[in-house]
Structure formats: structure tokens, C-alpha cells
Design a protein. Structure first.
Length: 249
């Protein structure tokens, strides 16, 4: 149920907004009725965006439902630490706290296998550039035109254990980002299908112009009983925390 629904999903709705000046935060809420978008439960969603005093950008996602249902909320912001309109003229290096990843089939849906990253382009356990892997002679990479895979982040505990999932460095500018989450997986997407023309300052955003890190429940979880199951219902609210820490070396 990627993006909930392309025309009516949560990303296409106008949310209610409440300003929290004490915590330097914005609280956003919206709701779905039982059966809406094909899933059960009267659901209330929250997203709280906070900039902390130490400069951390934090997102707290939550959902409550009166019936058992599936929820997986994330953020799909694109980054290019080299700056606006840098294109592929940058050197991003990644570290991922992940010993496994989810291979995908021809429809970009996980096969159900939880595969080790060792010996594959998905091994970011030590700092390595992302660009060579995006064009690797690997069936999984060719199938997705780059990275569009869920990395299984070590140390998952349902509803808690905020830990560093990813570290990104851009070598030319010295900019760095640490990415924290409580979710079991992070979808690494390298802008394989970008084709936006005449964007900001008339820039064109093409293949590889930005990457997204999407903390999430594993894709296709409802059909994969061996995947972590984050079922939401009465007495079992959903939560996912994402933090972005920015630095320069």
C-alpha cells in the first residue's frame, strides 16, 4: 500500500496544525475512517516536528485505531548534502547499522528473504561511497536502477530503542548527517526515477540527484509473517521516531 494512495493518501491531505512554542514544535493531526484506503479502523494520525535546542530535527509519528490494522509512517525527504542543484557531482559516503537487507522481485516488492549484506553492494557496515553501488553489476541493483531496498537495522525493539541507523558524509563539502530511528528498517532510495524539470531556480533533478532514507516497517509486512509485525489496535498505538543530526567535519 505504498504511499497509502497516490491521489488520496496522507501525503495529499490538509492536516490540522497546532503550534507548540514551548517545545519549538509543530503538531499535525489527521484521521481516516474505518475502511478508508482499504484498511480497517477509525484511525487518528499524528506527526510532531521538533527542532531541539541542540539543533536536532526530530519527527514523532503516532497512530491510534479502534480496530486492529496496519500502520507504517515515514518521511520521504530527499537529501543532497553537496547542496541544491549539485546533481551527481558529489561524493556521498554511507555507513549503515545493518547486517541484512530485503531482496526484491520484478515488482520491487520484497521476496520474503532476509539476506546478509556481506559480499553485496548493500554492505555499508563500513564507510563506503554510494555511487559505485548504484551502477553495480548486480541483479538487484539493475532491477531497481539503483538502490531502492529496505536495510534491516540492527537492534530493533518494538516501540522503543532509538538508535543510529545511517551515517552520511559528503566529501567535497564536509557535511555529515546521522539518521536515527526506532523503526526496524530503512528504505534506501537513490532517486532512481527522478525526472523533475524546471524546479527551484530552474534546476533539473534527474537520476541520482538526491537520496531518501525512509524509516519504516518492512515493506509487504502483512504478507510476511517472519517480518516484524507492527499491528496497531486498541491499547497498542503506533509510534515511529526519526531524528536528523547535522554536522561538518
Amino acid at each position: 500500500n505504498l504511499h497509502s494512495d497516490l491521489e488520496h493518501g496522507l501525503h495529499k491531505r490538509v492536516w490540522d496544525v497546532e503550534l507548540d512554542e514551548v517545545h519549538n514544535a509543530v503538531r499535525m493531526t489527521t484521521s481516516l475512517k474505518d475502511g478508508e484506503l482499504g484498511l480497517p479502523g477509525n484511525r487518528t494520525f499524528t506527526a510532531v516536528f521538533t527542532v531541539t535546542r541542540t539543533g536536532i530535527f526530530r519527527i514523532d509519528y503516532g497512530c491510534e485505531s479502534d480496530r486492529a490494522t496496519y500502520v507504517s509512517m515515514t518521511n520521504h525527504t530527499y537529501f543532497n548534502l553537496a547542496g541544491h542543484n549539485a546533481g551527481m557531482d558529489c561524493e556521498h559516503f554511507f555507513v549503515a547499522n545493518a547486517a541484512h537487507y530485503l531482496p526484491i522481485n520484478e515488482q520491487n516488492i520484497p521476496t520474503g528473504q532476509i539476506a546478509p549484506v556481506e559480499g553485496t553492494p548493500f554492505d555499508f557496515r563500513e564507510l563506503r561511497p554510494v555511487a559505485p553501488g548504484m551502477e553495480a553489476d548486480d541483479l538487484q541493483i539493475k532491477q531497481a536502477r539503483g538502490y531502492d531496498h529496505c536495510l534491516c537495522i540492527n537492534g530493533y525493539q518494538y516501540g522503543r530503542n532509538l538508535r543510529r541507523a545511517m551515517h552520511v558524509e559528503e566529501m567535497w563539502t564536509g557535511r555529515e548527517m546521522d539518521y536515527y530511528t526506532t523503526a526496524p528498517g530503512v528504505q534506501l532510495y537513490t532517486g532512481n526515477w527522478l525526472g523533475d524539470e524546471h524546479a527551484k531556480d530552474d534546476a533539473n533533478y534527474g537520476w541520482g540527484a538526491g537520496f531518501a532514507l525512509e524509516a519504516e516497517m518492512y515493506p509487504d509486512t502483512p504478507h510476511r509473517p517472519l517480518f516484524p509485525q507492527g499491528i496497531v489496535g486498541p491499547g497498542h498505538p503506533y509510534s515511529n521516531v526519526i531524528e536528523y543530526h547535522f554536522m561538518r567535519h
